[in-house]
Write a protein that binds this ligand. Structure first.
Ligand code: E4P
Length: 221
């Protein structure tokens, strides 16, 4: 089964998605924190952790390995289901190698735009490889091809690193990620809403209820 994560730092959106009973985790990043209007990463992450039993990702802002490692030590101490997001750079790779040697070294390698980057983060011990599908599509590249290639490479070599389809823009991305064998898909709340809503379902339900009202309570029925 592919896991569904919400790509947001908004507590209201997370609360609503949790109530649907199908949410497996949450990913945040500095931009999503900015949109949620808070710079208190710890407080906001802990509020999310209170609502979501599955993985919750919080991103470092350092760009050097030592800074990332120091931030990761702090972030990973907040709760057992917190994952630290590390950017896929040379410095990030060094940090991932170190962090993954810790007993609590849960890493979400972020900003992946090629199967080679995905291969390297898996080698460095990342738990999740976040492939940014939508941003590649925005640039005229085939983002989902990178998800498919990453899936094949991880399967070829038996990596346990999960393929995470990120930067999801619309429901068709979700369909394609499911068909590509992504382990996890993280999406904005609007995409999750569009996955369940259909005007055909609404119209069908309306007509069933209208027809039922015509016959229910009639004598002899
Ligand atoms: C996920 O972890 C990423 O931060 C996110 O999917 C980025 O998506 P965007 O391209 O919509 O900013």
């Amino acid at each position: 089964m592919a896991l569904i994560f919400l790509d947001t730092a908004s507590l209201d959106e997370i609360r609503e998605a949790v109530s649907w009973g199908i949410l497996d985790g949450v990913t945040t990043n500095p931009t999503l924190m900015m949109r949620a209007g808070t710079a208190d990463l710890k407080a906001n992450t802990l509020k999310i952790v209170d609502m979501v039993p599955g993985p919750v990702s919080a991103e470092v802002i350092s760009t050097d390995a030592a800074g990332m490692i120091a931030e990761a030590r702090e972030i990973l101490s907040w709760a057992e289901n917190v994952y630290v997001k590390i950017p896929t750079t040379v410095e990030g790779l060094k940090a991932m190698k170190e962090i993954s040697s810790w007993p609590n070294g849960r890493i979400n390698a972020t900003l992946i735009f090629s199967p080679l980057q995905a291969y390297l983060v898996a080698k460095a011990g990342a738990s999740f490889a976040s492939v940014f599908v939508g941003r590649m599509d925005d640039a005229g590249l085939d983002g989902m091809a990178v998800v498919r290639q990453t899936r094949a490479i991880f399967d070829n070599y038996g990596f346990t690193c999960k393929v995470l389809a990120a930067s999801i823009r619309h429901p068709l991305h979700v369909v394609d990620a499911l068909l590509a064998g992504a382990d996890i898909i993280t999406m904005p709340f609007g995409v999750l809403q569009r996955m369940i809503r259909s005007p055909f379902t609404d119209a069908g339900l309306d007509s069933f209820l209208r027809d039922w009202a015509k016959i229910a309570g009639q004598p002899g029925t």
